[in-house]
Design a protein around this ligand. Structure first.
Ligand SMILES: [Zn+2]
Length: 359
């Protein structure tokens, strides 16, 4: 058993966080999240900085107050979104040691710096603040891998400095400070992943994140590099497998020592009428090791038209306790918004059942 201490509250690992990009897990409010056993969410810094805006968030005491959510709020650094913007727009931006320079419209240049990333996240009022990192593309040559690792280390130093200044200026006591997380980059290069981890450990952070991709086309998750990164981090440190969270991947990554997972799949799949089920009647830790345990139910199929059973007879969520497959099928068919909410509640609970079983 591993305990994670955040702002004087203790949580048992592993934890699964759905994505609340704009301050909401699509279709669900904070009471739905609590009932589904969700202990934390991930919000998107740049989206929130844009709307409702940092001034408003500061005035109302941060996103947690606004959402009336008392679990763990993690904010991303904003880096991924800016990098995606650059990649989508070809030459409309570049990454320098100073930060990310990108163009909005035809002329307006903006610089997004490590310092800005941290001040934004402190205004949001997150419990886990993530350092801006330079993403290592999966196909990067050695020179680029080294460059992204160098920059990730440089930015992590700057982020820590800003974080300390922000904590001081806000007079935060040790128990009130959010955790600061640094991201390990380095793509598929073990040497660079190791160098990145060692340098970040030297600077000292509360938590470390799995940066970039580690996916193999044939097998999905790249087990070797996933384990290697975890092995190079201090045993007791908090390890966040950023962006990884398919149910079976959670089981595998947990064995390597990863503690926190986040994933957009439960709500996205709910919108596509894909509902998660366990294929075994009795689920325990051993059964979870078998990939065949994890399945889907396509609720739009006509075989569910008259099916009076719940989505998953062993699930304890609000949807499974109260409604049938036939009702869900009907709600999707008539395109009522209730379908999205009920499906999302079930899918999110399925993920927290997986993490509950692994605690
Ligand atoms: Zn359910």
């Amino acid at each position: 058993m591993k305990e994670i201490l955040i702002k004087q509250k203790s949580y048992l690992a592993p934890l699964y966080f759905p994505d609340a990009t704009r301050g909401v897990v699509k279709s669900l409010d904070s009471t739905d999240l609590c009932q589904a056993g969700v202990e934390g969410v991930v919000v998107n810094s740049l989206h929130l900085a844009d709307n409702p805006g940092l001034e408003i968030l500061d005035q109302i005491g941060g996103i947690k107050n606004m959402m009336n959510y008392h679990g763990i709020v993690t904010s991303d650094s904003g880096g991924w979104q800016v990098f995606s913007l650059i990649h989508r727009n070809g030459n409309k931006g570049k990454i320098t040691d100073e930060g990310v320079i990108f163009t909005i419209g035809t002329t307006r240049k903006q610089v997004f710096t490590p310092k800005q990333s941290i001040t934004t996240q402190m205004c949001i009022g997150s419990d886990i603040v993530i350092c801006l990192d330079d993403f290592t593309p999966p196909d990067a040559p050695q020179r680029i891998i080294r460059e992204t690792v160098d920059r990730t280390i440089l930015w992590a130093k700057q982020c820590k400095k800003t974080y300390q200044e922000e904590c001081d200026s806000r007079n935060l006591s040790e128990g009130e400070k959010p955790l600061l997380l640094a991201v390990v980059q380095g793509g598929y290069s073990k040497e660079e992943r190791k160098r990145c981890s060692e340098e970040l450990i030297n600077i000292g952070f509360d938590a470390y994140g799995f940066g970039g991709y580690a996916i193999k086309e044939e097998t999905g998750l790249d087990l070797e590099i996933s384990q290697y990164i975890a092995d190079n981090l201090p045993k007791e440190s908090i390890k966040f497998a950023l962006g990884f969270g398919k149910p079976h991947d959670i089981v595998t990554l947990r064995k390597f020592g990863w503690d926190i997972f986040d994933c957009t799949l439960p709500t996205r799949d709910a919108r596509h009428q894909r509902l998660y089920v366990f294929n075994n009647n009795q689920v325990d830790q051993d059964v979870l090791n078998d990939k065949k345990t994890f399945g889907f139910l396509d609720i739009g199929k006509s075989i569910y038209k008259t099916d009076q059973s719940p989505i998953d007879q062993y699930c304890d969520c609000h949807t499974c306790k109260n409604f049938s497959r036939a009702y869900l099928h009907h709600l999707f068919k008539i395109k009522d918004n209730t379908a999205l909410r009920l499906a999302a509640i079930h899918n999110v609970r399925h993920f927290t059942r997986v993490t509950d079983l692994l605690k």
